[in-house]
Design a binder for this molecule. Structure first.
Ligand code: ATP
Length: 362
């Protein structure tokens, strides 16, 4: 297997549009790195540059100790799995798995051995004689993975490989791909727009927006220490509550307010935020699980607009003053009948505070 390195990589399309800006990114040997971001953020372009399917406008890409700028796709020793896994319908599973080896000119005995090994790893042995139309979506996806694996590439590139599967199967395949990656100790570069997929699968996750890499970190670090407002809002479901607030000091008291709602009353330790955020406008990023709805007298008056029942938890959409907040687990059954509750915003050590474009972590 191999490392991957992007060094100051820029992609400008012929129409002048810059899809990727000054990208520096490393993937370790044997690491599953997930690149995530909204539609159009440049993640597929990044993957395609690594695959050799797209030219690089500036910078260098390395696979292992080889700079692959200008190296043809088929000579990069990578394998790709796409969302449309495009198996050959007229070939059996065995035929599909053997195809890349046949093209590479491998002799029949060695080819058959490789196919048997890969089929065993992917639990496809019983299915080797079937045609793709006789397989389920998940089985087809495993064949597509197998076709990438037989060539024993240095790096696996995956572009939204699970997005054609239904929700339940996607969850199952997510786990299978992670498990397989660990078993093979494979270097994987995995692109998705689904932040849950990114967080559950990645050793590290690279978040992109508008062609710019925002942060690369472990899932836990991304969640607890987002580098900026974009990452804070993109990672986490339901999303982080964003409270635009004003902070001022008066008679040695720190006051913070959003609209007419006085947050000071809700937070035990706003002084430390004020020290970091200074005066004026700031953004308080509060995770839904740090918002508590109570029936006691404390907190701000809050109206529950909507309750989403998800089985193990419920997501409450709450209105406080002019703020719309999320709170994931109702402590007790709550109705969205417009009745008034009290809401407490728990400002904690990992509450994200953003002021004038900088992010500060308490
Ligand atoms: P998605 O999740 O929708 O696939 P993405 O993050 O993979 O999005 P890219 O396909 O990398 O995004 O595209 C990044 C940006 O580059 C987009 O704004 C897209 O419109 C633009 N783009 C892509 N291909 C070209 C092209 N050939 N010429 C000009 N602009 C392009």
């Amino acid at each position: 297997m191999a490392t991957v390195r992007f060094e100051n990589v820029v992609k400008r399309y012929p129409n002048g549009f810059e899809a990727v800006t000054d990208l520096d990114l490393d993937v370790d040997d044997g690491e599953l790195l997930v690149v995530v971001g909204p539609s159009g953020c440049g993640k597929s372009t990044t993957l395609r540059m690594l695959a050799g399917l797209e030219d690089i406008s500036e910078g260098k890409i390395w696979i292992g100790d080889r700079c692959v700028n200008g190296v043809e796709a088929r000579k990069r020793n990578i394998a790709m799995v796409f969302q449309s896994y495009a198996l050959y319908p007229h070939l059996t599973v065995a035929g599909n798995l053997a195809y890349p080896l046949k093209v590479a000119g491998m002799d029949k005995t060695e080819r058959e051995q490789r196919v048997r090994d890969v089929a065993a790893t992917l639990r496809l042995t019983e299915l080797l004689d079937r045609k793709p139309r006789m397989l389920s979506g998940g089985q087809r996806q495993r064949v597509a993975m197998g076709r990438a694996m037989v060539r024993q590439p240095e790096v696996f590139l995956m572009d939204e490989p699970l997005s054609n599967l239904d929700a339940k199967l996607r969850v199952q395949m997510r786990a299978e791909v992670s498990e397989l990656q660990r078993k093979l100790k494979a270097t994987m570069f995995y692109v998705t727009h689904d932040q849950v997929e990114a967080m559950t699968m990645g050793d590290r996750v690279a978040v992109m927006n508008l062609g710019v890499l925002q942060q690369v970190a472990s899932p836990t670090e991304l969640y607890n220490k987002p580098a900026n407002v974009f990452v804070a809002g993109f990672i986490g479901s339901p999303p982080m509550n964003r409270i635009d607030a004003t902070i001022r000091r008066s008679d040695d008291q720190v006051l913070a307010a959003s609209g007419t709602a006085d947050i000071t009353a809700l937070s035990p330790d706003l002084a430390s935020i004020a020290d970091l955020a200074g005066h004026g406008q700031f953004v308080l990023g509060v995770r839904p699980e740090h918002v508590t709805l109570t029936s006691s007298g404390e907190g701000l008056p809050a109206r529950v607009r909507l309750v989403e029942h998800l089985g193990s938890e419920q997501i409450l959409h709450v209105e406080v003053d002019d703020m719309q907040l999320f709170q994931p687990e109702g402590n007790e059954d709550v109705d969205d009948d417009g009745s008034t509750h009290r809401l407490i915003i728990n400002v904690r050590d990992d509450t994200v505070v953003v002021n004038t474009g900088d992010t500060l972590h308490l």
